[in-house]
Design a binder for this molecule. Structure first.
Ligand SMILES: Nc1ncnc2c1ncn2[C@@H]1O[C@H](COP(=O)(O)OP(=O)(O)OC[C@H]2O[C@@H]([n+]3cccc(C(=O)O)c3)[C@H](O)[C@@H]2O)[C@@H](O)[C@H]1O
Ligand SMILES: Nc1ncnc2c1ncn2[C@@H]1O[C@H](COP(=O)(O)OP(=O)(O)OP(=O)(O)O)[C@@H](O)[C@H]1O
Ligand SMILES: NC(=O)CC[C@H](N)C(=O)O
Length: 724
């Protein structure tokens, strides 16, 4: 009597359209699952072609190559005697579906299409796929001839079906179906499906990891059963980083899990469970059992195969584990570092070039690269040959083995302080001290000559000599003189990135790293096409507040004392002349708002979907202790004016690691116009009306809200189009 089954789920670092690499990683995961004694293996969503193929899902080539890879998997001797569930797009009756293809011993058992599309955040699934909406129904799928020829099958069931083995019943959910309020696992569980697999392409965001874990736990807590959640991990060619955390849960407890961030391309998570534990758990929840007794049946694909062994009495079963979540600062140390590694090794470039100002932002980027080097060295020391061969290939040295993170950092990262007469010696020293601590190949250059030469070209033609404000220039002249410094840094960065490896006698070029944070982008406090325009930016989705937390963490964790000085210094662009050798310009003064306020504006605008009027209404309450309603109105208007004037800068934002829900990334995430009426006349009038009628609200002892003046006029809300 078999009752114990060993299940495995794979966490794979796939790459869109890399059919060779993806196949290798799938095979590797099958091999590892076998070694762990599993008789069932599932993997991430769309694992054969990679999740982020996007408009390549319109191309028939993508479908064809997936079938070709599937054929190789079907024929691989390794895949014998194991139920294998892989993800790929399938076209059925001229409609494309995001599917699982399940096979055993060279026969396809079922093709299960996704039933709920995901279209929020960075997801656009319904652009390429349709949801299968025929609940508990299947149709005949006519297999491509190359598959038929091999399996001997002409048609296979396509649709909402489950698989009955001799010992249990297996059902399939695909990613968003778990997130949906009408999750398919509920009706499957009620119909006696004991093992539910979910293949996912779920990307990481700061503070989000708990979501999938809680969903998996609650799914099995409520309905019992075993849930096998398999997620992608890594950068498969986009701004997002898929967040790993694959896991196996039983009756509300997690039994085993994969890491969230790692350089390991293939990680297999397995657990042995006792099927009787599911039956006992479900049957004791009487309300569940009564409901189950009335539930409609799923079409079952019945197979003569069992997941368990005849004699398994002595096989140990998995016990539950506690899930340890990373803090946001740890997520920043690891997530962007792994994303950089994937990007670097896959781009074919030789390393990174970073303009290092000694401020919070560029220093954070340098430390993230250092963190990447730490992870690389650690992974190599644990015997990962893929990572070692990637290091050797990208450094062009087949003999090299990295011994310390700073040794590797010296070969991978070139940092450069680009001073002008407006730079202070403190920032220059901080940049040098940080570079020395992490081991980067550091340079210090002075760019005044180039600035003067450019200004002379302008003066030669116009006969005019722009001046800084402190020397009597108007705001236009003042900003132009700042921006030319900033833009020249970008030009020089690309020059050095192209030629530094030539100068160091190595082949290839460097990727330019950008370091504008999410808040600066939102407010537009940056020069268009300056050093914020780079090849990639690991912190473009991270707020200044979180970067400070990260730096404080890195100071202790990586033992870099100079980080203390970097965090304590007031953020400054150093683009205006120093006054008596000291700083004349700070970011927060220049911006007319603090970074903390900016974070709040950002969250309200994007996450809480506030326009100017709603933002005012919310903040007038939140900030009631520190600001008068008039001050709140001014701050909100100032933010929206700056946002509108500068939104065009978002269209050329450097591709950045997606990390924050309030990201203003115009390319994929935050779809907005970039030519706004910046005086927001209608919207600001609504704020003004509300301000005039502002009635202080008192909170009674019972917590009930009472208005001190009974006559509340809602006309401005009405006029602003809001029903009250
Ligand atoms: N609606 C629109 N659609 C498309 N493009 C538009 C546009 N309006 C202006 N533009 C273009 O954008 C340009 C204006 O943008 P931009 O050149 O960035 O110029 P702008 O935003 O005026 O200046 C940059 C600001 O960022 C500050 N800042 C702070 C911190 C650091 C740095 C730094 O550079 O390191 C700079 C600097 O002090 C200054 O206040 C115009 O010259 C025009 O070409
Ligand atoms: N003196 C400098 N040397 C090298 N790079 C610089 C220098 N000043 C600015 N940069 C580059 O230009 C980017 C944008 O400059 P900005 O003055 O806006 O700095 P920031 O965004 O506040 O960043 P940081 O905190 O790194 O100074 C910096 O992140 C940095 O990469
Ligand atoms: N690929 C998906 O279906 C993603 C679903 C899910 N909403 C997530 O955030 O991860």
């Amino acid at each position: 009597m078999g009752r114990k089954v060993t299940l495995a789920c794979a966490t794979l670092n796939q790459w869109a359209l890399d059919f060779d690499g993806n196949r290798e990683r799938i095979l590797e995961s099958i091999l590892e699952a076998k070694d762990l004694g599993a008789t069932f293996r599932t993997g991430p969503e769309l694992e054969i072609c990679g999740y982020s193929c996007e408009d390549h899902f319109y191309e028939s080539d993508t479908f064809l190559h997936c079938w070709e890879v599937l054929l190789e998997l079907l024929t691989a001797p390794l895949c014998k005697d194991m139920i294998i569930d892989v993800g790929m797009p399938v076209m059925h009756k001229n409609v494309a579906y995001n599917c699982r293809v399940v096979f055993l011993n060279q026969k396809i058992l079922v093709i299960r299409p996704k039933m709920r599309m995901c279209d929020d955040g960075n997801y656009r699934e319904s652009r390429w796929f349709s949801a299968w909406s025929k609940v508990r129904q299947t149709e005949d799928y006519f297999l491509p001839r190359m598959i038929s020829k091999f399996t001997g099958q002409t048609t296979v069931p396509f649709g909402d079906a489950v698989i009955s083995t001799r010992d249990t019943c297996i059902g399939f959910e695909i990613c968003e179906e778990l997130w949906s309020p009408a999750s398919t696992h509920i009706s499957m569980a009620l119909d006696g499906v004991e093992i539910i697999c979910n293949s996912s392409g779920s990307y990481a965001e700061l503070r989000k990891a708990y979501v999938s874990v809680e969903l998996v736990k609650s799914a099995t807590l409520k309905a019992g059963g075993c849930y096998v959640f398999s997620n992608m991990r890594g950068c498969d060619g986009q701004r997002v980083y898929f967040g790993g955390c694959s896991c196996i849960a039983l009756n509300g407890s997690i039994l085993s899990r994969a890491k969230q961030f790692s350089l390991q391309d293939v990680e297999v998570t397995a657990a042995t469970i006792d099927l009787e534990d599911i039956r006992a758990y479900r049957n004791q929840i009487r309300s569940f059992a009564h409901l189950a007794a009335q539930s409609p049946s799923y079409p079952r694909v019945v197979i003569d195969f069992s997941l368990s062994l005849e004699q398994d009495a002595t096989l140990p079963i998995a016990s539950s584990i506690e899930w340890a979540y990373l803090r946001p600062e740890e997520e920043i140390a690891k997530g962007p570092a792994c994303w950089l590694w994937d990007y670097l090794r896959r781009s074919g470039q030789g390393g990174f070039f970073l303009p290092l100002s000694g401020g919070v932002d560029s220093s954070s980027v340098a430390i993230i690269v250092f963190s990447m080097c730490r992870m690389v060295v650690d992974t190599v020391q644990r015997g990962d040959t893929t990572v070692l061969s990637d290091v050797r290939r990208l450094l062009g040295d087949p003999e090299y083995t990295p011994r310390t993170p700073s040794d590797l950092c010296n070969r991978i990262l070139v940092t450069c302080y680009m001073g002008t007469e407006n730079s202070s010696k403190e920032t220059k020293q901080r940049a040098a001290a940080l570079a020395a601590s992490i081991g980067s190949y550091h340079m210090h250059i002075v760019i005044d000559k180039a600035i003067t030469a450019i200004i002379e070209i302008f003066s030669g033609v116009t006969g005019l000599f722009p001046k800084f404000a402190v020397n009597g220039g108007c705001p236009r002249q003042n900003v132009a003189l700042q921006n030319i410094q900033a833009r020249l840094r970008m030009v020089l960065s690309y020059l050095f990135a192209q030629l530094m490896l030539w100068a160091r006698n190595r082949p290839g070029g460097l990727l330019v790293l950008g370091s504008a944070n999410v808040d600066e982008a939102l407010r537009g406090y940056m020069t268009k096409y300056d050093c914020s325009s780079a090849d990639i930016n690991p912190i473009g989705g991270i707020s200044k507040t979180d970067l400070r937390r990260f730096l404080n963490y890195a100071k202790a964790q990586f033992n870099i004392p100079v980080i203390g000085d970097i965090v304590d210094a007031p953020p400054t662009a150093e683009l205006e002349p120093l006054q008596d050798g000291r700083l004349a310009q700070t970011d927060e003064e220049d911006m007319g708002m603090t970074y903390a306020e900016l974070s709040q504006f950002g969250k309200l605008r994007k996450i809480e979907k506030c326009g100017p009027f709603s933002m005012y209404c919310k903040l007038v309450q939140t900030w009631s202790g520190s600001c008068s309603p008039r001050e709140v109105a001014e701050k909100v208007k100032h933010f929206f004016r700056c946002y509108a004037i500068n939104r065009h800068k978002m269209t050329v934002l450097t591709p950045a690691y997606h990390a924050e829900k309030y990201s203003p990334d115009d390319n994929r995430y935050d779809h907005r116009p970039f030519l706004y009426r910046a005086n927001w006349s209608w919207q600001f009038r609504a704020i003004d009306k509300q301000l005039e009628q502002h009635v202080p609200v008192k909170r009674s002892n019972t917590g009930n809200v009472t208005h001190s003046n009974k006559k509340v006029d809602n006309s401005s809300r009405m006029r602003a189009g809001i029903t009250v």
